[in-house]
Write a protein that binds this ligand. Structure first.
Ligand SMILES: [Zn+2]
Length: 172
């Protein structure tokens, strides 16, 4: 069965044929992070999909993955695309290099997982937190519950990690 829900005024839908995303967000709803590991080449891939991007095998197994990493790049959004997001501007969209499988299959690659910067309880981060985060900031995943079977994965500052002295930010 598919899922229809609303998140911050934005309609979300996962079609019942989209079994990969139903599985992915179903794990998120349990506040656990799982990705598909290819049964043939054993590499993990993201985003959820039907075939392995490395070897094209259609067979994979969902495995738990440590949801920690460092910001690879970011976008600071000042003009909300969705009216309900306006109260949270500026907000950050992060592209995070997971520690798991970083540098494989080549030194330039990593599992790069998108998400918004959020507070530890999964709300979009306030401006003073947005200002602290840049490329290199260590983050961990948190989840915002939406409806049964669906939670949104976000990133928050990893309080337990050693942070870079000055994470790189675009000149302002
Ligand atoms: Zn493969």
């Amino acid at each position: 069965m598919g899922i229809q829900a609303t998140y911050l005024g934005m309609p979300l839908e996962i079609n019942d044929l989209d079994v990969e995303n139903l599985a992915y967000f179903g794990h998120c709803a349990k506040h656990t992070f799982h990705l598909q590991r290819c049964d043939a080449c054993r590499l993990i891939h993201y985003p959820p999909t039907t075939g392995c991007p490395w070897c094209a095998s259609p067979k994979s197994t969902w495995v738990p993955v440590e949801a920690k990493g460092a910001v690879h790049s970011y976008t600071e959004v000042h003009h909300a695309i969705q009216p309900a997001f306006k109260q949270f501007t500026p907000y950050l969209v992060l592209l995070v290099d997971l520690d798991t499988q970083k540098g494989k299959p080549s030194e330039h690659e990593a599992l790069r997982v998108m998400g918004n910067l959020a507070t530890p309880d999964g709300k979009l981060a306030p401006p003073d937190m947005v200002k602290k985060v840049g490329i290199g900031t260590r983050v961990r995943m948190v989840f915002a519950d939406v409806t049964p079977g669906l939670a949104i994965p976000h990133w928050t500052i990893d309080e337990g990690a050693t942070q870079p002295a000055k994470p790189w930010r675009y000149p302002e």
